[in-house]
Every structure is written in structure tokens, then in C-alpha cells.
Ligand binder design. Structure first.
Ligand code: AMP
Ligand code: ZN
Length: 470
């Protein structure tokens, strides 16, 4: 079996990876803060985690993934105060949108989506362990802080010279209650507005709410155990979020918190640089409204390696829309064919080998895509030859299914409005009738009528296909 390799932020190197128990990969991936629908940048990270889990499954392992919903934090509280709501009334509808967006982008659901507010007792228990071991203390402001100076491994993930940060850091007014300006809050003493929006709980240190970093450690340990196989998120989370998760988890358990840390690079959505349609595409809702197929978004995201920055451009998106159209057509041809050539079978085997090798080498999706499109090109040429071997055709179908189980690039036919489809079909029938009676003026008039509605016709090999103009 091909070796499986992943870049580990801890070592800054691509390393061989296998789950500790040889069978199930435990993954904790930091999820959305549910105060606003997630933007496309967030979804680049969630798609990277989707690629990760599907590739692990392709390798033959099972996956147990936890993705949290951060449903209590400063931004949520501010929003709730502004709108005169309780935090739940802000976070519940946004969580619904998150799940709908996830499904639209065909992101495989994680096994568990815990909400931070459902894990308050576990968070308090973790803080109690830290206070008991002497790595956490309650300050004069009533909040409980983690003392980074009492945890030897602090800064290992982000490779931060903590001494430099300390001397260089400006100490804010309220930081004087802390031992060290860089100490972070585990438990925040409640303010009146926290009570007002129902974001405060009883604890041994008085009314308060959990710090963001604490949420993830408590939920990860509770649901996946003290040592995870993989912890994943966007690159901006390395510091301080993941550094702090390591500190509080390892100080409490004495065990390594995560064996492999995986971080995805940013999606750049620079409004001024973005042209035309992309200028106002910021959320998945925008994508839907502009009828951009989810498959094309997946293609676009996967065409850049997850550790490289990706700048969304109009041209790249158009290219992806065309690319997945070809993938869909190839799939249809495979479905409809009656047999294949021996060479079709060979192309299929080569495609499986090349895509697996690429994906198992630190999720090299761009190379896997290149191998898929070689298969599409060679496969189409072989299907033109109308071979008669059913076994070769089966191999090609299986190869396609295997590759697409990770990339998931076949566009949905139903992405068009059914009423529109019915109307177009009716006009096409009228045009066929006009052509049969050699009334070409009428036939052209119907073509123009369709064009006015944004429908483009392509007459190919005796059949008429239609598509939306983009
Ligand atoms: P948040 O909802 O802010 O907690 O972020 C959810 C996830 O999205 C985190 O893993 C972030 O690292 C990630 N993220 C935020 N902005 C971007 C971006 N522009 N590109 C890629 N990932 C991002
Ligand atoms: Zn987290």
C-alpha cells in the first residue's frame, strides 16, 4: 500500500501518517463562529478538511471527525446585544445556514458537531484541573487565566520566541491583573451584557463564560480522547488559538494533544481586485444565486494545493465551470456506453494509480486533477472507438467512481429551475418542428427568443444541446 504522508505544522515537514490505532483516524477541526453566515474563505478551509477526510477514507481508514460550532464569544454577544436577542437566537439560524451551505458544497458531514454551550461542565472541569496543578490562576478581575510561564512547551507549534513577545508586547490597562501580559483567559468573569443575552454560567470562580481556546480543548478531549490523530484548521489559528489549545490540554493531561497539526492556507477575496461577478460573491448564498455549480467551486478550490494561498479570479472560476462540465459529460458517456477498448481499461488503471499517489502525498489535489483530466481525454478518445469489452468499461466506471469519491466534481443537472427547463424543452420542440417543415425563419426566431432569456443552443451531431449563458 502506498505510504500516506501529511505536512505536520509541529515539525514543519511532510511526514508519514497513520492513525494511532491503525484503523480509525480521530480528527478535530475548528468550526465556524456562528454569528454570521460563513464566507468563502471559511469554506476553503472546510473544503480542505473535506478533502482530508475523503482521502483518508480512500486510503482505507475510517474517520471520526468532530467539528465544533462556536456559539458563545465576543462577536456573538455584541450581535445579540445590538439586536436585543439572546445568544441562542443569534446562533441557531446561522447554524442552520452553515449546514445548508455545507450540503450545497457537498462537504461530507463530520460525525459530531458539538456546540460550545453544551459543554460548559466539561470546560469547568478542565479549568479545575489546571487550577489544581498550578498552571491556572484567578486574577483580581475575577477571570481565570492560563499562566504560559508555567508551561514549558509554550510556543512550540507557532515557534514563537515568547520572551521577545513579552518584552515587545504593549500591556493593556486591564492586563495588570495578569501575571504575564500573554496569559490567556480560560474563564471570563461575566459582565452585565453577558447576563442580559444569556451568555453566563455558574462556576467555582463565580458567574462567567468560557474562553474560545478552552472550548476546543474540552470538546476534543471529551469526544475524541486525550490524544487526537489530527487537529486541523485555517492557518490563522496556529497562533494563538492552537498554541493555547496545546498548552491547556497538555498541562491538564500530561499527554501529547494532537499527533499531527494540519493547516490550510487562506483564500484571498480582495474586493478591489475582483472583477464583475466575483466582486459580489462572498458567501455560498451568492454562489447559489448566481447559479455557480458547487462542483465548479470544489474544482476551483482543489486546483490549488491546500498549503498555498488562492486568489479567487473570474477567469479561474469560468475555467472551473467548463472543467466540471467536461467531467459531467465524461461520466454520462461512461454511463451510456455499452463496452470499451482494452486501452480504456489501461487509462482507468493509470488514473487510479496517479490520483491515489498524488492525494496520499500530502493531499496533492492539483496533481490528482491533472491525472483525472488525462483520464477524461484518453477515455473520451477510447469511447469514440466504441470498443466491445464490458470488462474494460466496468474498470473505467469503477476508476471514475473511486476518484470522484474524493473530488466529487460531477455538476448537478437539477441545478436549473425545473420551470425553466420545461419551457426550454417546449421551445426546442417547436424549433425542431419548424426545421422539419424547413421554416428556418421561425427556427431562427425561436433561437433568438431563447437567447434573450439567456439560453444558448449548440447543434452537435444532429442533436441540440442547451446551456445557460454565463
Ligand atoms: P471562524 O468562523 O472565524 O472561527 O473561522 C472558521 C474557519 O475558517 C477557521 O478554521 C479559520 O482559520 C478559517 N478561515 C477564516 N478566514 C479564512 C480565509 N480567508 N481563507 C481560508 N480559511 C479561513
Ligand atoms: Zn479550535
Amino acid at each position: 500500500m502506498t505510504e500516506f504522508r501529511l505536512f505536520n505544522t509541529l515539525s514543519r515537514a511532510v511526514e508519514p501518517f497513520a492513525p494511532a490505532d491503525g484503523d480509525i483516524v480521530s480528527i478535530y477541526s475548528c468550526g465556524p463562529t456562528v454569528y454570521n453566515p460563513a464566507h468563502l474563505g471559511n469554506f476553503r478551509t472546510f473544503l480542505f478538511v473535506d478533502l482530508l477526510r475523503r482521502t483518508l477514507q480512500l486510503r482505507g481508514w475510517r474517520v471520526n471527525q468532530v467539528m465544533n460550532l462556536t456559539d458563545v464569544d465576543d462577536k456573538i454577544i455584541t450581535r445579540a446585544v445590538e439586536q436585543g436577542k439572546r445568544i441562542r437566537e443569534v446562533t441557531e439560524p446561522v447554524s442552520e445556514i452553515f449546514f445548508a451551505d455545507r450540503d450545497y458544497l457537498r462537504i461530507q458531514p463530520a460525525e459530531t458537531y458539538p456546540k460550545a454551550t453544551d459543554y460548559i461542565p466539561q470546560m469547568i472541569a478542565l479549568v479545575e484541573r489546571l487550577v489544581a496543578s498550578g498552571t491556572a490562576y484567578q486574577a483580581e478581575d475575577g477571570s481565570v487565566y492560563f499562566a504560559i510561564g508555567r508551561f514549558a512547551g509554550y510556543g512550540r507549534l507557532s515557534r514563537l520566541d515568547t520572551r521577545e513577545v513579552r518584552s515587545g508586547a504593549r500591556v493593556a490597562q486591564d492586563d495588570y491583573t495578569k501575571e504575564n501580559a500573554q496569559d490567556f483567559a480560560l474563564w471570563k468573569a461575566a459582565k452585565p451584557e453577558d447576563e442580559q443575552v444569556e451568555a453566563a454560567w455558574d462556576s467555582p470562580w463565580g458567574r462567567g463564560r468560557p474562553g474560545w481556546h478552552l472550548e476546543c480543548s474540552a470538546m476534543a478531549i471529551d469526544l475524541l480522547g486525550e490524544t487526537l490523530d489530527i487537529h486541523a484548521g485555517g492557518i490563522d489559528l496556529i497562533f494563538p488559538h492552537h498554541e493555547d489549545e496545546i498548552a491547556q490540554s497538555e498541562a491538564a493531561t500530561g499527554k501529547q494533544f494532537a499527533r499531527c497539526w494540519c493547516h490550510g492556507a487562506f483564500l484571498l477575496l480582495d474586493g478591489t481586485k475582483m472583477a464583475k461577478r466575483l466582486g459580489n460573491v462572498k458567501t455560498v448564498k451568492d454562489l447559489r444565486e448566481q447559479r455557480i455549480p458547487a462542483a465548479a467551486v470544489r474544482h476551483l478550490i482543489f486546483s490549488t494545493h491546500y498549503r498555498k494561498e488562492l486568489n479567487l479570479s473570474e477567469e479561474a472560476l469560468e475555467g472551473s465551470i467548463e472543467a466540471v462540465r467536461r467531467v459531467g459529460q465524461f461520466k454520462e458517456r461512461l454511463d451510456d456506453a455499452l463496452g470499451g477498448t482494452a486501452e480504456l481499461g489501461e487509462a482507468a488503471d493509470a488514473a487510479v494509480a496517479a490520483t491515489s499517489e498524488a492525494l496520499f502525498d500530502d493531499l496533492n489535489a492539483p496533481e490528482a486533477l491533472a491525472a483525472l483530466f488525462t483520464f477524461v481525454r484518453r477515455g473520451n478518445a477510447e469511447l469514440d472507438r466504441e470498443g466491445a469489452e464490458p470488462e474494460a468499461l466496468d474498470r473505467a466506471r469503477e476508476a471514475f467512481a473511486r476518484i470522484d469519491s474524493v473530488l466529487d466534481l460531477v455538476p448537478d443537472v437539477e441545478e436549473e429551475d425545473p420551470r425553466l427547463v420545461a419551457w426550454v424543452e417546449e421551445r426546442l420542440a417547436a424549433r425542431r418542428a419548424a426545421r422539419e417543415s424547413r421554416d428556418f425563419a421561425q427556427s431562427d426566431a425561436i433561437r433568438d427568443e431563447l437567447k434573450e432569456q439567456g439560453i444558448i443552443l449548440e447543434d452537435k451531431a444532429g442533436a441540440t444541446q442547451w446551456r445557460r449563458a454565463r
